[in-house]
Design a protein around this ligand. Structure first.
Ligand code: KIV
Length: 262
């Protein structure tokens, strides 16, 4: 049994709202390990915010595995969920199962999988193998081309009904929680009330069972601020300041000092 299986159950069944933040590397994972955050997500947003790729579809399985390993080295005490990347869902339906097993070997306690056409078969297989699965519906970046671009979901009755149906279906398949991304808050509320497992919102309003944000967004390190992001810090400014001080110290020959020399 994975180290954190009992912890996941406690967090998911608890009365309190669930807090999740993404993380992709060892140094940040060490800091998160000392924080009170409930869960770390090694999201495939890694593609955008860490690797500078335009599309999360471009992330490779090996990249997801390496970053999951790094995070798990830095945050041994935290529950870690890793995304199954787009490339992992393109071949036969047994492939995501193999990838999920590798992500778990790399240190993940569970996996997240975005909604796609063949996801039901895949999720059934994962749950059968006792793999802890988090679903993801609404604005699913891996298949954003099928949604007509980055748009808020659940705006009309047809789209709202579809989302509620997907959530119920995922619950029936045995997922343990569902990310609701960029969904109108009233629809997210309806989804949350129509299932027994927690919903985790990102741009889905306050009625979800928990919230997730991308680490660099909440730290104020990423320039493209979406409406739903709150920046809890301005690290970009602070980092620039520190780097400029370093440069000045070199130019003024105050660094390194005698104490900093051998
Ligand atoms: O990849 C990611 O970071 C995510 C979150 C935005 C939910 O899927």
């Amino acid at each position: 049994m994975k180290k954190n299986n009992i912890k996941i159950k406690q967090v998911m069944a608890g009365e309190k709202k669930i807090s999740i933040v993404t993380c992709y590397d060892y140094s940040f994972a060490r800091i998160l390990n000392q924080s009170v955050i409930d869960i770390i997500l090694v999201g495939d947003s890694l593609a955008n915010v860490s690797l500078g790729l335009a599309d999360t579809k471009e992330i490779t399985i090996e990249e997801m595995l390496n970053h999951t390993k790094a995070v798990s080295r830095g945050a041994p005490d935290k529950i870690i969920i890793a995304d199954i990347p787009y490339s992992g869902c393109q071949k036969k339906s047994s492939q995501p199962l193999e990838i999920a097993k590798r992500l778990i070997q790399a240190g993940a306690d569970g996996i997240k999988i975005e909604w796609f056409k063949g996801c039901k078969k895949v999720i059934r297989k994962l749950v059968e193998k006792n793999i802890w699965v988090m679903g993801h519906i609404g604005l699913t970046p891996q298949t954003v081309h099928l949604l007509g671009g980055y748009k808020v979901q659940g705006k009309d009755k047809e789209s709202a009904d579809k989302l509620i149906k997907q959530a119920k279906l995922l619950q029936g398949l045995g997922v343990s929680s569902i990310v609701l991304e960029c969904i109108k808050k009233d629809i997210a509320k309806q989804i949350t009330e129509s299932i027994d497992i927690p919903t985790i919102g990102i741009g889905a309003g306050k009625h979800c069972g928990g919230q997730v944000l991308v680490l660099y967004d909440l730290l104020g390190m990423y320039p493209n601020k979406m409406k739903f992001v709150r920046t809890f810090s301005n690290l970009s400014y602070q980092i620039k300041g520190a780097i400029n001080l370093f440069d000045q110290a070199i130019k003024k020959e105050t660094f390194p000092s005698n104490q900093e020399s051998f």
